[in-house]
Design a protein around this ligand. Structure first.
Ligand SMILES: [Zn+2]
Length: 98
C-alpha cells in the first residue's frame, strides 16, 4: 500500500502522496490521473524491492534490482564493469534513428 491517492486540484485531478504532497501534474481527466497513480505505485513498489544483496556467485555486495536479481553485474555479464566500453553518443544516435 503506497498511500498514493487522487485529489481534486482546482478543476482537475492530481496524484498526491501519503503526506498530501503533489506528485503529478494536474490532469483534467480523472482517468488519466488514475493511470499516473498506477504508474507511481508500480515505481514505488519496484524501488522498495531494490536492496543491496551479496552476489550468489562471488559474494560481492551489489545493488539488486529485486528478489530475482542475485548476481552482480560482473557475474551476470562475465565482464568487469570497468571494462564495459562506454556507449558513444554517435552510436546511441544511430540506434535511435534506425
Ligand atoms: Zn558476482
Amino acid at each position: 500500500m503506497s498511500g498514493f491517492n487522487l485529489q481534486r486540484h482546482g478543476r482537475g485531478w492530481i496524484v498526491a502522496g501519503p503526506d498530501g504532497r503533489q506528485l503529478s501534474g494536474v490532469y483534467g481527466d480523472r482517468g488519466l490521473a488514475a493511470v499516473r497513480l498506477g504508474e507511481l505505485q508500480d515505481l514505488a513498489e519496484a524501488t522498495g524491492r531494490r536492496m543491496r544483496r551479496a552476489c550468489m556467485c562471488c559474494g560481492v555486495s551489489f545493488q539488486s534490482a529485486g528478489i530475482h536479481n542475485r548476481l552482480c553485474v560482473d557475474c551476470r555479464t562475465g565482464t568487469p564493469v570497468e571494462r564495459v566500453p562506454a556507449r558513444s553518443k554517435s552510436a546511441a544516435r544511430a540506434e535511435g534513428t534506425a
